[in-house]
Design a protein around this ligand. Structure first.
Ligand SMILES: *Cc1c(COP(=O)(O)O)cnc(C)c1O
Length: 481
């Protein structure tokens, strides 16, 4: 440890105490209205920062005079940060539509309206208005889910992980669940089929091989201990090459032959046949239900574009057993989610309307020409800053569906790529990530890349403004005090 110089000692002595700074802060018009706990935290953190700077980087302190003004400015900055929401709106420029880290799906205006109405008022959440007595919270979406999927019965819980756990616990606790080796999925965030199976009390019985599983593999695994045949959508990976998987219809037939229930975890389920819009086929919920399967589970906030939820549809007998499981209460869907879910599902009654109004669908189905036009507009907003340090280019780079759906599908897009003299792409990424609102993009070929697919047009000016601030900022990292 280096000894402290006279210069450093002088700087340290000039730092005021916490109490003195608090008195100053409380007479500052911006800081005064803030809670004292916030001011104290901001003051302590600021003083600690300044002490560290004096001890570690004394040469970078260019102006040793007037510490109080600088101190108060630093306190205000910290206090503002403490007062701001931790969970905040973020600009998704990654081009990953169902980005789990960024909140998956943005709700349609209809869903937001209904959510706000229900959240701010009493509702008939568990009150049957026809008979004037207690009703079921699930009735708000049950009919709609049945209508859209063709299923006999339906239930909505907290999320799809919960739906899978609950279904396995109900249908196969203490029994063997037969599943293909190629479908032992791990989803981000520690959802792994073998682990969920273990938690539910069901016993994993894997059959076939990683790349090929045949109907006879399932059949040979069936014993008196078997409780369920399970199919899991290989959401976030694809097995290509020499492969074979058993189709759902055949599995349902096998289940019927042996009197065993059959379940499918669809992952990112949807009611729309995406091949009609030029995307790769994703199994629809209706198609799974049409096989006569007992239970299908899927997420509310992946390609469906609604709120976080786990949807369970299928045969009445199976769904009623699931509903009666005490675990259902622990995994129950909350009323805000239910409001947003009902509104989202209603949009699916008219596919054209769903595609036009549900942001996730709109983003997924946006075509290359539209995206190029929007990329040009974003590029123009940035070029209008006319900074000589800034290079703006359009690059053809694909977007991704995300959310563990269609992992191999490249959605053709046109990205805005920027470079700045004197700052690395990583530096630019970090500065934009720390903007308010944060702007999250990707780095490729030493460019910072922004994909218009996941951006609202309203964000273009915000992005240009943030870049302007960064370009004009002091990159040397000098601190006046
Ligand atoms: C995403 C996914 C889940 C988990 O769904 P959540 O709604 O995130 O809980 C389960 N299974 C599969 C196959 C998935 O893709």
């Amino acid at each position: 440890m280096k000894p402290i110089s006279d210069h450093q000692q002088q700087l340290l002595r000039r730092l005021p105490g916490v109490d003195a700074l608090l008195v100053r802060a409380q007479s500052d018009p911006h800081l005064a209205p803030m809670p004292k706990t916030v001011l104290l935290r901001a003051i302590r953190d600021t003083l600690a920062d300044f002490r560290r700077r004096i001890l570690e980087q004394p040469d970078r302190i260019t102006d040793p005079s007037l510490p109080e003004r600088h101190l108060l400015a630093a306190v205000a900055q910290k206090a503002d940060k403490l007062q701001a929401y931790n969970l905040q709106r973020t600009i998704n420029a990654t081009g990953v539509v169902v980005h789990t880290n960024l909140g998956r799906s943005c709700l349609a205006a209809e869903a937001l309206d209904h959510l706000l109405d229900i959240a701010g008022h009493y509702s008939n959440l568990e009150f049957d208005l026809r008979i004037g007595r207690r009703g079921s919270r699930y009735s708000a979406v049950e009919d709609l889910l049945c209508e859209l999927s063709g299923a006999e019965a339906a239930l909505a819980v907290n999320n799809n992980a919960g739906a899978v756990l609950l279904s396995l616990d109900t249908l196969a606790r203490g029994k063997e669940v037969v599943i293909s080796r190629g479908e032992l999925v791990e989803i981000g965030g520690a959802f792994r089929i073998p682990d969920v199976m273990a938690k539910s009390g069901a016993i994993l019985k894997e059959v076939g091989t990683t790349n090929r599983t045949h109907l006879r593999d399932y059949q040979q695994a069936i014993t008196t201990d078997t409780g369920l045949l399970l199919k899991v959508h290989t959401s976030n990976y694809a097995i290509v090459g020499f492969t074979a998987a058993v189709d759902l219809k055949a599995m349902v037939g096998l289940g019927a032959q042996f009197g065993l229930p059959v379940m499918e975890d669809l992952g990112s389920g949807n009611f729309i046949d995406f091949t009609r819009y030029g995307l790769t086929a994703e199994p629809t919920v209706q198609a799974s239900v049409a096989t006569g399967i007992d239970v299908v589970t899927f997420s509310g906030d992946k390609m469906l574009g609604g709120p976080q939820a786990g949807l369970i549809v299928g045969k009445k007998a199976a769904v009623e057993r699931i509903r009666a499981n005490p675990l259902t209460r622990a995994l129950r869907i909350d009323k805000l989610t239910l409001a947003a879910l009902e509104a989202t599902l209603r949009l699916y009654r008219d596919e054209a309307k769903a595609v036009a109004t549900i942001p996730t669908l709109r983003m997924l189905l946006a075509g290359r020409p539209e995206l190029e036009g929007r990329a040009r507009r974003l590029a123009q907003a940035i070029e209008a800053l006319a900074h000589p340090d800034l290079t703006v280019t359009l690059l053809d780079r694909p977007s991704r569906v995300g959310g563990g759906a269609l992992p191999t599908l490249d959605l053709p897009s046109c990205c805005v790529a920027i470079r700045m003299t004197g700052m690395s792409a990583a530096g630019l990424e970090k500065a934009l990530r720390r903007n308010r609102p944060p702007i999250i993009g990707r780095i490729e070929d030493d460019y910072f890349l922004m994909d218009p697919r996941t951006l609202a047009d309203e964000a273009f000016d915000t992005i240009a403004g943030a870049i302007d601030t960064i370009v004009k900022g002091d990159h040397q990292g000098n601190i006046p005090y």
